[in-house]
Design a protein around this ligand. Structure first.
Ligand SMILES: *[C@@H]1O[C@H](CO)[C@@H](O)[C@H](O)[C@H]1NC(C)=O
Ligand SMILES: *[C@@H]1O[C@H](CO)[C@@H](O)[C@H](O)[C@H]1NC(C)=O
Ligand SMILES: *[C@@H]1O[C@H](CO)[C@@H](O)[C@H](O)[C@H]1NC(C)=O
Ligand SMILES: *[C@@H]1O[C@H](CO)[C@@H](O)[C@H](O)[C@H]1NC(C)=O
Ligand SMILES: *[C@@H]1O[C@H](CO)[C@@H](O)[C@H](O)[C@H]1NC(C)=O
Ligand SMILES: *[C@@H]1O[C@H](CO)[C@@H](O)[C@H](O)[C@H]1NC(C)=O
Length: 495
């Protein structure tokens, strides 16, 4: 009896080995090393209306994988954008202190020294640099003084071009959605050529549209070529200065003062004392400025709740009278037809989200968006306040903002119903805000290599199959042996 059990032992061991091998191969492996060391990077997004700080983090050992860098935390700087400190530059630096102190706490102390810190300023500072280059230089010098007082690896404060802003927003969106490269379940890098996502950004002072195009751009100013993970991308991008939300509101106020003595986009029953200096100080309203005006004068402007007149006022922002190329968006700017999926973030998202969630209006089609805009613009101040309690200081401006978004998409960029159905309004992908900041950091830290990632570390699919078959063969052999040894013993008693 003992001899029989002993003779069964080798094939049983063999079977166990085969089974264990198969299980090890098929069960997904998990790293049992200690938690990976993280690296951090900080970007200050100095927009025209406010500054946001984003802290990003990624596992140090997986630096070049896509989708690995995510948002660790963020902070909204109190007060206006840095460009609003033109008369008090040191205040611009001081305004950042609270968020930078938060960064000292959010990033582990031992990582402070190696953490890159960038400040990128956008259209608000582009405008200030246009109207007063000295003032913009002073503001940048002041924020630089503050940022260098921190232990982080400060890599400079600069003004991004509109082109950079558009391209980095596009890079961020497509990086987060893993449209460049994907780590497949077989352990191989895949190039998911399902196409990239177009990106639309609406800031306070400018708006950007960026998407991949098939042919060359007729205007080289609108074309950027990128090589990411070994793939070549031909990108169309344009940034419209003075077409950000806040500047559009200023321009509409200026033309309301010029043409009507009331504001057709504001709700009836609402009125406001408008300081002429505030309306006309921006380079964006320079053309509308009267020859003589008393800059300390205030004019009372009342709302009209007039959707048709408001549409007329907004549509004058888009000049389609001439196009030096085969096709244009507006103002004589080349643009190929919009194609593929699009994501619209920042103020695009906030505007449409207001229509959807606060007003409870559907905006799934262009036509629904149009009638939602008319509904909002037709509300009196009392109705609007009742429908959107707690919507804050922006409430009187939602009609103008929504009218502008709708006109920009249809009249400006020529979205039709089909193209619109492929557009989503979204502010985040996972936990990470979609905007230019992440793409900017990825580029400046070389976290997106131009070349394809090196060969995979684990075993590749071919050898995996060979080893799998080997273990299966061992298991089969063991079972055959077992059967042969068990049968002669059992058969006599069975008969
Ligand atoms: C990431 O890519 C860069 C350039 O391709 C390379 O120098 C670096 O070593 C890579 N990092 C890792 C962790 O693979
Ligand atoms: C301000 O504008 C000028 C002219 O376009 C440009 O050369 C300069 O680099 C800008 N300043 C900054 C800080 O970007
Ligand atoms: C501008 O208006 C203020 C008061 O509104 C007045 O005191 C001042 O004299 C005016 N200046 C000019 C140049 O008219
Ligand atoms: C539109 O642009 C054309 C050519 O650039 C210009 O002549 C015309 O005055 C503009 N129209 C308006 C309403 O701004
Ligand atoms: C605006 O609202 C009034 C009622 O408050 C309604 O009679 C009118 O038809 C509406 N106009 C539009 C364009 O929706
Ligand atoms: C990214 O950075 C490299 C330098 O590291 C630069 O040459 C390239 O133009 C940047 N890409 C974009 C889109 O600005």
């Amino acid at each position: 009896m003992a001899g029989k059990v002993l003779s069964l032992l080798p094939p049983l061991l063999l079977a166990a080995a085969g089974l264990a091998g198969l299980l090890l191969l098929c069960v997904p492996t998990r790293d049992v090393r200690e938690p990976p060391a993280f690296k951090y990077g900080i970007v200050l997004d100095a927009g025209s209306s406010h500054t946001s700080m984003f802290i990003y983090k990624w596992p140090a050992d997986k630096e070049n994988n896509t989708g690995i860098v995510g948002q660790h935390s963020s902070c909204d700087v109190r007060g206006g954008g840095i460009s609003s400190y033109a008369d008090n530059p040191s205040g611009a630096g001081q305004s950042l202190v609270e968020c930078l102190d938060q960064a000292l706490r959010d990033v582990p102390r031992e990582r402070h020294v190696g953490t890159p810190l960038y400040l990128g300023a956008t259209a608000g500072m582009r405008l200030l640099n246009l109207s007063s280059p000295e003032a913009s230089a002073k503001v940048l010098a002041a924020v630089t003084r503050t940022l260098t007082q921190y232990p982080f690896d400060f890599r400079g404060a600069r003004i991004l071009s509109g082109q950079d802003e558009g391209v980095f927003g596009w890079v961020t969106a497509n990086y987060l959605l893993e449209n460049f490269i994907k780590y497949g379940w077989t352990g191989q890098w895949l190039q998911p050529r399902k196409g990239t996502l177009g990106a639309m950004d609406l800031g306070g002072a400018s708006t950007q549209i960026t998407f991949e195009m098939a042919g060359p751009a007729e205007d080289p100013d609108n074309e950027v070529q990128l090589q990411l993970y070994g793939q070549q991308y031909r990108i169309y991008t344009h940034s419209f200065l003075c077409y950000g939300r806040d500047q559009v509101l200023q321009r509409l106020q200026a033309s309301a003062l010029q043409t009507h003595s009331f504001h057709p986009c504001w709700p009836r029953g609402y009125s406001k004392q408008v300081l002429l200096q505030a309306v006309y100080e921006s380079p964006c309203t320079r053309d509308q400025r009267p020859h003589t005006f008393n800059s300390s004068d205030r004019v009372t402007l009342s709302g009209g709740s007039d959707p048709a007149l408001c549409r007329g006022l907004v549509s004058r922002l888009f000049n389609s009278s001439s196009c030096p190329f085969s096709r244009c968006s507006f103002n004589g700017i080349f643009q190929p037809p919009v194609a593929g999926d699009f994501i619209a973030f920042s103020a695009f998202f906030y505007t449409v989200d207001f229509l959807r969630t606060v007003m409870g209006l559907p905006v799934a089609t262009l036509q629904q968006l149009e009638s939602a805009v008319v509904t909002v613009c037709n509300q009196t101040w009392t109705e609007l306040q009742a429908r959107a309690p707690g919507a804050g200081a922006h409430l009187p401006n939602y009609c103008a903002g929504a009218m502008f978004v709708q006109q920009l998409l249809s009249r400006g960029y020529h979205f039709d119903e089909r193209a619109f159905s492929r557009l989503t309004f979204q502010k985040k992908a996972g936990d990470t805000a979609v905007g230019w900041a992440l793409g900017y950091m990825l580029n400046l830290t070389n976290l997106i290599p131009a070349d394809p990632p090196g060969l995979l570390k684990g075993i590749n699919f071919g050898s995996w199959v060979v080893v799998l078959l080997l273990f299966a063969a061992i298991l089969l052999a063991a079972v055959a042996l077992l059967l042969r040894q068990a049968r002669p013993a059992k058969s006599p008693s069975a008969v």
